[in-house]
Design a protein around this ligand. Structure first.
Ligand SMILES: CC(C)(COP(=O)(O)OP(=O)(O)OC[C@H]1O[C@@H](n2cnc3c(N)ncnc32)[C@H](O)[C@@H]1OP(=O)(O)O)[C@@H](O)C(=O)NCCC(=O)NCCS
Length: 356
């Protein structure tokens, strides 16, 4: 039996701001994102028949608190927490709910209120990522904290920095290539009024302030406060409310957690290399498409080197030079043009869903 279609018919964002820089709380953040998505879809909250909320920091049922601002309609509200992939999980679960046929219109909502750096809130129990950090040390990575960083942030950064070093050895990636990725991403921020930092940085300033080589400060995603939401619906719902002109179909979305190969002696694997590859392969198998059908890829770029690693991982060896060493402004203009006609949403759900 062919699967029911799932369509995104509205999206909304708040502006992202540095932690502690604005006096707002998560219910306001969530509400603003949700309202923006509903407004974009042009539908009333009364038509939503379930909400899947994602956040990492905060108490249980924070989702209900945020969504109740839209009204008390009694619909199911699910909370999901999966580190960097939390928002994609909310999207995926919303899609599955619609696909089940039991729900016609589901709101996927994500919000976060963070600290500077990543923080650990529960110190009386085993951290879920500990096995990964221990394994990283077993492979020779120093246990010493990166100066001025809290130990969890330090370990997360090391996962990617040491993975990038292994990648450089294997593929000859250079620090200039990492810097070009960060340059491109910062350059793009000037066109995005919702971005936390809207500033173009020179290659020279990007390459200064090394935190843990090859990662420099300007190559890190900032921690930030903000929210995002999407309205997902069935084909019947789309037709009934005349939403076809806004609809983008989710052709395939897959999630992968650790594989036996995550612990195969490679620092790249600890950072999610194999999981990302499998997620993409699963999407291709599910959709019947191949890499040659893809017009644009949007990657998890928590650190510039992670984007580089996944270019090679998801695309093909040799593509890296083509993508990174071209005239970046030209590439950007092409990418910005393509953004308006997305054909496939790929979610590479590899990041830190650690729990071994
Ligand atoms: C890198 C990190 C530790 C820096 O945190 P911090 O020391 O608190 O730094 P701040 O956010 O206060 O920024 C300090 C300065 O550097 C700047 N800065 C921070 N990140 C930057 C970036 N990526 N590019 C350019 N400038 C940056 C800030 O704008 C700030 O400048 P200002 O003093 O002029 O305002 C933090 O952003 C972080 O943990 N990022 C990684 C998040 C992460 O791991 N995500 C998940 C990965 S899977």
């Amino acid at each position: 039996m062919s699967k029911r279609k799932t369509l995104v018919v509205g999206v909304g964002l708040t502006k992202f701001v540095k932690p502690h820089s604005k006096n707002w709380d998560y219910p306001e953040i969530g509400l603003e994102a949700a309202r923006n998505a509903l407004e974009d879809a042009g539908i009333n909250y009364q038509l939503v028949d379930a909400v899947v909320v994602s956040h990492v920091y905060g108490e249980s049922t924070s989702g209900q608190k945020a969504v109740y601002g839209l009204g008390l309609t009694g619909i199911p509200i699910f909370n999901t927490n999966n580190n960097c992939s939390s928002a994609s999980c909310a999207l995926m679960l919303s899609k599955i709910l619609v696909q089940s046929g039991d729900y016609k219109c589901v709101l996927a909502l994500g919000f976060e209120k963070m600290d500077r750096g990543l923080t650990v809130k529960w110190n009386d129990r085993l951290h879920p990522s500990q096995a990964h950090f221990d394994y990283m040390r077993k492979l020779g990575v120093s246990a010493e904290n990166i100066p001025s960083l809290e130990s969890f942030t330090s370990d997360v950064l090391k996962v990617y920095a040491y993975g990038a070093r292994e990648h450089a050895k294997k593929y000859g990636t250079t620090k200039e290539q990492h810097a070009k990725i960060a340059y491109k991403n910062h350059y793009q921020s000037q066109y995005n009024p919702k971005a936390c930092l809207q500033k173009v940085f020179s290659m020279q300033s990007i390459m200064s302030q090394v935190i843990c080589a090859p990662i420099t400060l300007a190559m890190c995603a900032l921690t930030a406060d903000g929210g995002a939401a999407a309205v997902i619906c069935s084909e019947d719902f789309m037709d009934k409310y005349n939403l076809k002109s806004k609809a983008v179909e989710i052709i395939s979305q897959k999630m992968v957690t650790d594989l036996p190969s995550s612990f195969n002696g490679s620092l790249l694997s600890i950072g999610g290399y194999d999981m990302a590859k499998k997620a993409a392969q699963d999407c291709f198998a599910d959709s019947g498409l191949s890499i040659h059908d893809i017009d644009i890829i949007e990657l998890h770029d928590c650190f510039a080197c992670n984007e580089v690693v996944n270019y090679v991982n998801l695309v093909v060896d040799g593509m890296l030079t083509l993508m990174v060493d071209w005239n970046l402004k030209d590439i950007l203009l092409v990418l910005l043009g393509w953004h308006s006609v997305p054909r496939l949403l790929i979610s590479s759900e590899e990041m830190l869903v650690y729990g071994k």
